[in-house]
Design a protein around this ligand. Structure first.
Ligand code: ADP
Length: 169
């Protein structure tokens, strides 16, 4: 089954909305297989956003540095979700990067409204609630960057009754 990494960014932790956002993923049937609070330093985020995510290469130094500083601004909650095509479906639920452009019904569209130009003026990352892995390769790299194998769990959830293959008779 596919796994993806979610990070509740400092803005969602500090606004007290992680429960509401997490509920959306639970209601969609995703299984939480790992979860923890932590406050990583620059090196960890450098690897996350450039080593794995190529943010500096894609968007330049200024956005990269503001993002690293904003992410270090408080504790975050990292979570691994598991489900059928989890990476793509979770990204769909999260919505596009800029909350102003994110559609209503998505997490970024419903819980934020801010835009890139305000973020640039403030020299901050655009506050967009959660990070979610962009593709399956990134998901694998991110999960092993954020979690050790013994922090990930195997158990059954009720929803699997509907997704597991029928027993061969
Ligand atoms: P996503 O998080 O949707 O995968 P990116 O990987 O391109 O998007 O960017 C990583 C993070 O960097 C974004 O979630 C956002 O917090 C920040 N960011 C990206 N582009 C901008 C921008 N133009 N202005 C401010 N912050 C940005």
């Amino acid at each position: 089954m596919e796994q993806t990494l979610i990070i509740f960014k400092p803005d969602s932790v500090q606004r007290g909305i992680i429960g509401e956002v997490m509920t959306r993923f639970e209601k969609a049937g995703f299984k939480i297989v790992g979860i923890k609070m932590l406050q990583p330093g620059r090196e960890h985020y450098h690897e996350h956003y450039e080593g794995i995510g190529s943010l500096k290469t894609r968007k330049g130094d200024e956005i990269f540095e503001s993002t690293l500083l904003s992410m270090q601004g408080g504790p975050v909650i990292a979570m691994v979700l598991e489900g059928v095509e989890a990476v793509e479906t979770v990204r769909k639920m999260v919505g596009s990067t800029e909350p102003k452009s994110a559609l209503p019904g998505t997490i970024r569209g419903d819980f934020a409204h801010v835009n890139y130009s305000q973020a640039t003026k403030a020299k901050k990352a655009v506050a967009n609630i959660v990070h979610a892995s962009a593709d399956t390769k990134e998901a694998e790299q991110e999960i092993s960057h954020w979690f050790s194998p013994d922090e990930l769990f195997e158990y059954q959830v009720a929803y699997e009754h509907f997704t597991q293959p029928r027993e061969a008779k």
